[in-house]
Write a protein that binds this ligand. Structure first.
Ligand code: NAP
Length: 244
């Protein structure tokens, strides 16, 4: 794959796995997030394995930061061909108790941030008549989840965004798809108590939690040449936890 990919939230978890997987497939990878030390570790892992990586600081809650990050990355590696909007945060609470800040930061980071990243990369993709955009949604964006109205709204929003932009950009040979992970072992789910994990696992037909590499494999496929006729789709990577 002679392409440049950018992965947001690549410092750990699913984003890290996507960056490693895309690099393994031959892409030059821009790894972006707020914590530069963690990103440097991921970049070294990629370089040790013979790949090319570039670290860029990105705070999705800031439009200025998004513009600066993508401009810096494009100067280093040229056009971004593949964008993986992976970064995401949770600020869970019941609706009655949810503070405006908890609503705003989650929508801003997970949904608005993803859209503004897309806006920054599509002009060069349109000129090139090639592009791949993969948005990381969630099973809860399809099924809903009490106590996560903000997060669920952001993840459902990403699915709507995916379908709209898939229609808008299809004629330019840019595909836009989403991946909806189920319950995946990362820092985000690491905060859950063992009994909560056990209860969730009971509702998963495959009887286990997924791992980041299993999500990254779907992302790599959607980013590949072979996925050229797939757009506006959501691939569920959830062990059967939710079936549409
Ligand atoms: P994670 O381990 O918590 O990692 C989140 C990543 O997002 C980190 O790299 C973090 O880096 C980055 N990030 C957070 N806020 C950011 C900001 N303002 N600007 C830029 N980067 C930011 O999460 P994960 O479990 O790997 O999840 C990755 C994605 O998959 C998320 O969108 C999540 O909603 C989704 N997902 C996860 C699961 C699951 O079970 N784990 C299930 C469904 C969907 P810094 O802190 O360095 O900025």
């Amino acid at each position: 794959m002679n392409r440049t990919a950018m992965v947001t939230g690549a410092s750990r978890g699913i984003g890290r796995a996507c960056a490693l997987e895309l690099a393994k497939a031959g892409a030059r990878v821009v790894v972006a997030a707020r914590q530069l030390d963690k990103l440097e570790e991921v970049a070294s892992e990629i370089r040790t394995a013979g790949g090319e990586a570039f670290v860029v600081a990105l705070d999705l809650a800031s439009h200025e930061s998004i513009k600066a990050a993508i401009s810096t990355a494009s100067k280093e590696f040229g056009r971004i061909d593949i964008l993986v909007n992976n970064a995401g945060v949770t600020r869970d609470n019941l609706a009655l108790r949810m503070k405006p800040d908890d609503w705003n930061i989650v929508l801003q980071t997970n949904l608005s941030g993803a859209f503004f990243c897309i806006q920054q990369v599509i002009s060069p993709m349109m000129r090139e008549r090639w592009g791949r955009i993969v948005n990381i949604s969630s099973v809860v964006g399809q099924a809903g989840n009490p106590g996560q109205a903000n997060y669920v709204a952001s993840k459902a929003g990403l699915i709507g965004l995916t379908k709209s932009l898939a229609q808008e950009l299809a004629s330019r040979n840019i595909t836009v798809n989403a991946v909806a992970p189920g319950f995946i072992e990362t820092d985000m789910t690491g905060v859950l108590k063992d009994e909560q994990k056990a209860r969730i696992t009971q509702g998963i037909p495959m009887g286990r939690i997924g791992n980041p590499a299993e999500v990254a494999a779907a992302v790599r496929f959607l980013a590949s040449e072979e996925a050229s006729y797939i757009t506006g789709n959501v691939i569920d990577v959830n062990g059967g936890m939710y079936m549409r």
